[in-house]
Ligand binder design. Sequence first.
Ligand SMILES: [Zn+2]
Length: 202
Amino acid sequence: MPESLKKLINSISYLPWIWEKSATKLAFFLLNSNQNYLDNLWNNLINIKNNIWKCSNCNTLTDKNKNLCNICSNINRNKNQIMIVEEYLDMITIEETQVFKWVYHILWWAISPINWIFIWDLNFEKLFEKIQKSEEKIELILATNPNIEWEATSSYIIEQIEKRKLKHKTIITKLSRWLSSWFIEYADNITLINALKERKTI
Ligand SMILES: [Zn+2]
């Protein structure tokens, strides 16, 4: 097998959810693709590093020429309701329901010392700052996944709200039930909407 093809298979096989056989198949697909497609793919790959950054307010992904994402810059969004999610895809899943008009705060991780992810790796400060600066009461909606990491993350947020004397400015709510799919990203729409609509105050 040519060296370049071996290297391509090797690179593809590092991608998650790709088995070695699929990596080989994908490499052959690319080998047989036309030049236009490959140029496009190449440009798109380069652009994910060059043209995407994080919203300065909520940490979601946005185009590099925008300081704020479309949600944060939307005047029809309720800035006093902040949904806290771990992953960008959790936010996308909730946005796809087209039901809720709140804003988000994306942490990108959950506290997990066993995986070397500590409090300082997560973007909490900006969140507490927002509550501090707000003149109105803020609802923090913890759209957390049901695992130990998220239990730790939620507890930390609740503890800090008390410690920083922000309790009188905050209402903390969480999903009314565990989602059958276990994770927000894979939840079915109806269950997710109901769990969010009927959310409980902690
Ligand atoms: Zn934003």
